[in-house]
Design a protein around this ligand. Structure first.
Ligand code: ATP
Length: 228
């Protein structure tokens, strides 16, 4: 039997007023097995970020069924959703930028403050440092986020997303602002995370980035289609 981490069926999303709604997601279906790495492509405004926000419990669907980690999200109240988000999902989203006036280490430690409060400070630092080493930015630990290059910033954003050891990583245009070589380096990091067992969903405009994924979906006017 397939071990689905995500099961979506007939998802609809409307924005705006009832008399004049924007129909952003139209009857989309998605099943993702544990340990897969998939890409979602599509033109601007087709509904990719909306879908990612619903997937990550940052927004609500208007209709349809959504099971995450085997649980019907309808059964979760806001507190339970937040717990699930904080402990099981890592976000590398465009709008979750780094805090410029904080150091790299301070940025990476942010998730600890809302999910692993009980963990000893020293252990938190060790986990964060191990991740910095893995991502090749250990020498930037005390640097202010404001002083980093685009590739370094994205590494810090990934480090922050994985510091809580989430099962699922959601990334919205993670290479959008990067040159080709740096993009490929960032994708190698995602690939390694996937090989270590993480399930990864990447929204991207870039075909080369999508090629790192085992399955590619295309969002067309709010409807998900399988490409390969
Ligand atoms: N908060 C919102 N309120 C109203 N309409 C919205 C909202 N967010 C998105 N939309 C609309 O929903 C549709 C899908 O938007 P979405 O941001 O999901 O597209 P996208 O494919 O991610 O685009 P891009 O690639 O430009 O980020 C668009 O018509 C957009 O204008």
């Amino acid at each position: 039997m397939d071990d689905f981490l995500i099961e979506m069926e007939g998802i609809e999303k409307y924005y705006g007023k009832k008399e004049n709604p924007i129909h952003a997601i139209r009857g989309s279906n998605l099943k993702i097995c544990k340990g897969s790495m998939i890409a979602i492509q599509g033109v601007s405004g087709s509904g990719k970020s909306t879908l990612l926000n619903i997937l990550g419990l940052l927004d609500r669907k208007s209709a349809g069924k959504y099971k995450l980690f085997g649980i019907d999200v309808e059964q979760l109240n806001e507190k339970k959703k937040a717990e699930m988000r904080n402990s099981k999902i890592g976000f590398v989203l465009q709008e979750f930028a780094l805090i410029e006036k904080l150091t790299v280490m301070e940025n990476i430690r942010i998730p600890f403050s809302y999910s692993k409060k009980h963990m000893k400070w020293r252990l938190q630092n060790k986990i964060a440092r191990d991740i910095l080493v893995k991502l090749g930015i250990e020498d930037k630990e005390k640097e202010l986020a404001a002083n980093l290059s685009g590739g370094q910033r994205q590494r810090v954003a990934i480090a922050r997303a994985i510091v809580n050891d989430p099962e699922l990583i959601l990334a919205d245009e993670p290479t959008g602002a990067l040159d080709t070589i740096t993009s490929m380096e960032i994708m190698s990091i995602f690939k390694a995370l996937n090989q270590s067992g993480k399930t990864i969903i990447i929204v991207t405009h870039d075909n080369e980035v999508a090629q790192f994924c085992s399955k590619i979906y295309k969002m067309v006017d709010g409807k998900l289609e399988v490409c390969n």
